[in-house]
Design a protein around this ligand. Structure first.
Ligand code: URA
Length: 205
């Protein structure tokens, strides 16, 4: 403390009586997007039509993290715009917010051919982008959709049925894992549990 006072007095004696401490700031979401759109870190760069960065409110209270773009997302360059996306829209409505209020992204920013599961090396190559997105948006809560998003962030390998609906934290941010909308389209008996998860999210805002 004393040293700091002496330092400031010395500055003043040198004629410096106004100063700002420049904060080192990370990239904005649009700067990050520019980098991600040019990414060639893995072979998906050679098969993709688009890079699907993600979209929504840069100051969102909720970030939804899916798995990877599908065919429609690859065509349009936007996340969750196919059948699963329509269901995600309904889940978001249940929280009482609009799609534009939240931020939606995926573990992988490029479509795996034939919609196969992401390979570990692809998820590892892309993870830095997801972490940067979460760092910039700093939501109040993260909702992972399906096992890939949860397991990639938490670096585990657990089945979704074991962790769905169980609140945890990621880097100090509450994280609620729920089912992936594509899974819900195939297993409609699970939808009630997803509604419950959305109700829980609503109480966290
Ligand atoms: N499934 C995903 O995981 N993400 C999308 O963007 C679309 C479908």
């Amino acid at each position: 403390m004393l040293d700091a006072k002496r330092f400031l007095t010395a500055l003043k004696n040198m004629g410096v009586d106004g100063y700002v401490f420049a904060e080192k700031e990370g990239p904005t979401l649009s700067e990050l997007k520019r980098t991600v759109l040019a990414c060639e870190r893995c072979a998906l760069a050679t098969t993709r039509k688009s890079v699907v960065f993600g979209e929504g409110n840069p100051k969102a209270d909720i970030v939804f993290v899916g798995e990877a773009p599908g065919e429609e997302e690859d065509n349009q360059g936007r996340p969750f715009v196919g059948r699963a996306g329509k269901l995600l829209d309904q889940l978001i409505e249940r929280i009482g917010v609009r799609r534009g209020d939240v931020f939606i992204c995926n573990v992988l920013k490029c479509r795996p051919p034939g919609n196969r599961d992401p390979e570990p090396a692809e998820a590892a190559a892309c993870k830095e982008y997801l972490l940067a997105q979460l760092d910039i948006v700093r939501p109040r809560v993260i909702c992972t959709l399906g096992r890939h998003a949860y397991n990639t962030l938490l670096e585990t390998d657990v089945p979704i049925t074991r962790i769905r609906g169980k609140l945890t934290t990621f880097r100090g941010i509450p994280l609620l894992p729920t089912y992936h909308p594509s899974y819900l389209l195939r297993s409609q008996s699970r939808i009630k549990e997803s509604w419950e998860d959305m109700d829980k999210l609503k109480t966290m805002l």
